[in-house]
Design a protein. Sequence first.
Length: 222
Amino acid sequence: MDLVNAIIQTLEAEGFPVSVERGKHETGVKIFGHRVRFALAEKARVVGRRQVKEYSWTRTEFDYKPTEELEFRVGNYSYGQKFRDGRNSRLESQLSACVAALLREGRAAVISAKLEERRKIEEARREREREELARTIAEEEKRVKDLDMWVVNWTRAKQTREFIAELEKVWAREGHDLSPEAPKGQRIIWMKQQADRLDPILPSPPSILDRKRELESYLHYS
């Protein structure tokens, strides 16, 4: 415990506060804005084992004995850096190395956080690029669809005019009155207007169909 006390005093003297949070292995120090956990553990060895039967199965229980060999663990309790008693030096003599390991862990956390921030920034940039690409593709697809529709309507308008021209010839041969005041003449005029309405190149003549939206408004308020 003298070693842990010395480490805590050294850290806090350098402005790195130590705290203990609820839970196992939750002693830590805040270094460069990041919390680094550390712990002091005593190794144990197995001195005995026995079989214990419970219901229909058997489990093994172990008996342990402390070895008085200490380990100072930095970061993850199981996988972090460890300092232990050795043949040539005791753990108490490794105070500087333990503190330096904590500082390196804090520095590594800073670097990791910066890399994560850059990763998120890069991911957000790529997401914006994907969204812009999707928007551009959608606009291009709409233009292509509009073009296809224009070509279809232009072709229909051309075919309609050809049909009207042939119909006029037939009615003329049959002796029908095709003057603007006559029923069939008015019919010819109306068909030509519909052909012009289909044609995307020409201004669309007015039609009663233009007022169709008014019915939707009536239905909405009724």
